[in-house]
Design a protein around this ligand. Sequence first.
Ligand SMILES: Cc1cc2nc3c(=O)[nH]c(=O)nc-3n(C[C@H](O)[C@H](O)[C@H](O)COP(=O)(O)O)c2cc1C
Length: 183
Amino acid sequence: MSQLNLAVVVGSLRKESFNRQFAEALVKLLPADVKPHFIRIDDLPLYNQDSDGAPPVPAVKRLRDEVAAAHGVLFVTPEYNRSIPGVLKNAIDQASRPWGQSKWAGKPAAVCGMSVGAIGTSMAQAHLRNVLAYLDMPLLGQPEMYFQWKEGVIVNGAIGPASHDLAQKFMTAVVAWVRRHQA
Ligand SMILES: Cc1cc2nc3c(=O)[nH]c(=O)nc-3n(C[C@H](O)[C@H](O)[C@H](O)COP(=O)(O)O)c2cc1C
């Protein structure tokens, strides 16, 4: 099968981010013909519609080019105050404009997340799904992935034994979803 480029967007800038650790463990479950590409969002300026008429600054151009080059996108996000972190929304907004030139449109996507709370980012994921659906991204429905951070969830950089099967099932479904939507 042809090589797939899977963009991975992590919604936390924290150095020891559980979601980044989770994302790095998840991509280890990908088959050899799927290449993950972590999209940088920490150096993006705040989106300002006044900038739409000018050439994008280098960080924004990089973001837009990288999203455009992806066959699909995996979002791995924390929940902040029952929604998605502002840094993630900013990145989504930056690649959605100028109007009519969104880089997200048509890209198959999947969402998951890790929180310290028992609801495991379910509210954040619901909000994120709403945004991505508006951006015309076909969204993987099942399996859902709501993870709570606790000892043993990630062991030596890999998904721990108790969660491994669900995580593998999810990543297999992500790859099948992206392949199904390949032009
Ligand atoms: C501003 C803020 C708001 C938060 N709101 C929630 C929340 O609504 N639900 C939840 O489960 N955890 C919430 N948390 C706790 C996060 O789950 C926790 O900080 C987690 O480590 C964030 O993910 P990260 O480790 O990838 O940065 C919040 C944390 C912060 C800093």
